[in-house]
Design a protein around this ligand. Structure first.
Ligand code: ATP
Length: 432
């Protein structure tokens, strides 16, 4: 759906420099922007097109019903509302859970600023829920090396400096320390992990990396190599302190990776190599994925909220007043130009940022539905909708900040220490 006129963001604001001036929809780990039409209009991200292009599967009602049968848990509202909408091999993970076979969760964060934003909390909140549901180990990777390699300005010291505060943010989501290992690439690369990085990199040609990520002759070679670091984290044998030293056993343990769909190219590449690799005759498990939509930028659904574009984001360190001002000032509205017109024709919730944020953060299905109807039939005005969004986001961020204040340096050390983890898995699985 079209959302604006030239020069391009939905409210006609100048296009941030990071949004390429182009016409095709681009979604990869480094760029997220909807198609720009001939009239210069940035359209909302077309997620169905991504499913087709990437070759993933949509999460359908049948899969959700199976999930509920196998876990005994009602699907999370992200699943019920199609926010977590696509997957690769999630059925295989459910098969393993049913049989009591091991798997683990893996997600991450690139420390590009000293605070995460509300968009980053989407995969983390969902991952926590999966950890509680499946009772399995979780690996969280901080790609400080990536943020250095992919930025023209940031120094190594700067990105490393962001790690500690980002880890505190991540811990504040509520992960269980007994089952969670957090590491920074700069600190953890070496040993079994580095062996896997090199194994993976040996099976990716420059041509493949170019085709997957769009690199060219001027791309620095660190960027070209980085995919093998992100990929090797999905192999359990990179973590002998958690899964044991016997690589013949650990190569068969798959990861389930919750992430927004921009990260898929890394794991498409890793899955392809996993399918071709064996360790002493035993095949490497392909990582499974479960993808979420992007929490849109305040400027509209044509791009994602990004820490690198300050005015696009609500940060988890923002005060209630900052949240209020940002929503009131920047949040793109699906409302009509005048109150009269809005009362007559109603608003468009599919592009309204305040409504879209409520889809992510307001858990009560009935209340959300009432808001949708009232806004679409013109009963509710943009100001009222924004007020509800402000209230919900202030509540969410305040709860986070309360937990964040209790995370000290010792807790960070605990999560980042190389140590065995303890988990239970499926209590109802048959004993073998
Ligand atoms: P930024 O410029 O904000 O740092 P990023 O995509 O580089 O953006 P990462 O820290 O690399 O941020 O992303 C960590 C995880 O959060 C990934 O799974 C990514 O897909 C997800 N993510 C990032 N932005 C959003 C968003 N706006 N909505 C939902 N998920 C997001």
């Amino acid at each position: 759906m079209a959302t604006t006129a030239t020069p391009s963001t939905p409210d006609g604001a100048p296009v941030p420099d990071s949004v390429p001036k182009q016409t095709k929809q681009t979604v990869d780990p480094y760029n997220v922007t909807g198609e720009v039409g001939a009239d210069g209009v940035v359209k909302a991200i077309d997620y169905n097109k991504l499913v087709d292009e990437f070759g993933t599967k949509k999460i359908d009602d049948e899969l959700l019903a199976r999930f509920e049968r196998v876990t005994g848990k009602k699907p999370h509202h992200f699943l019920r509302r199609g926010i977590v909408f696509s997957h690769r091999d999630f059925e295989t993970i459910l098969d393993r859970y049913e049989r009591g076979e091991p798997f683990f969760l893996y997600t991450g964060r690139g420390p590009s600023s000293d605070s995460v934003h509300v968009g980053h909390t989407i995969p983390f909140e969902f991952t926590k829920w999966l950890q509680d549901t499946f009772d399995v180990p979780l690996i969280i990777m901080l790609t400080d090396d990536e943020k250095y390699l992919f930025s023209d300005k940031k120094t190594i010291e700067e990105v490393q400096g962001y790690c500690a505060s980002n880890v505190k943010d991540i811990i504040a989501i509520g992960f269980d320390p007994a089952k969670t290992f957090i590491f920074s690439d700069f600190d953890y690369v070496g040993g079994a992990f580095y062996r896997n990085i090199v194994r993976l990199s040996k099976h990716i040609t420059l041509n493949q990396a170019r085709a997957i990520f769009g690199f060219n002759e001027s791309t620095n070679i660190g960027r070209i190599h980085f995919g093998s670091i992100q990929g090797a984290t999905s192999w359990a044998s990179s973590f002998p302190h958690i899964f044991g030293e016997d690589e013949k056993q650990t190569v068969g343990i798959p990861a389930l990776i919750p992430c927004a769909i921009d990260q898929d190219p890394y794991f498409r590449m890793t899955r392809d190599v996993s399918a071709r690799l064996k360790f002493q005759g035993k095949p490497y498990a392909k990582p499974a994925l479960i993808h979420s939509l992007f929490l849109p930028a305040l400027q509209g659904p044509g791009t994602k909220m990004s820490a690198s574009i300050d005015e696009s984001a609500i940060f988890m360190r923002d005060t209630p007043n900052q949240i209020k001002n940002k929503i009131n000032k920047y949040a793109f509205s699906g409302g009509k130009v005048s109150v009269e017109e809005h009362r007559q024709f109603g608003g468009d919730t599919s592009v309204d940022v305040a409504y879209q944020y409520l889809r992510f953060f307001l858990e009560d299905d009935d209340e959300l539905e009432k808001i949708r109807i009232a806004y679409e039939n013109g009963e509710m005005l943009t100001g009222e909708l924004k007020a509800i969004c402000i209230r919900e986001l202030q509540k969410y961020v305040a709860g986070f900040q309360e937990r964040r204040a209790k995370v000290d340096d010792d807790t960070v050390k605990l999560f980042m220490e190389r140590r065995p983890l303890k988990w239970g898995g499926n209590p109802k699985a048959p004993v073998v």
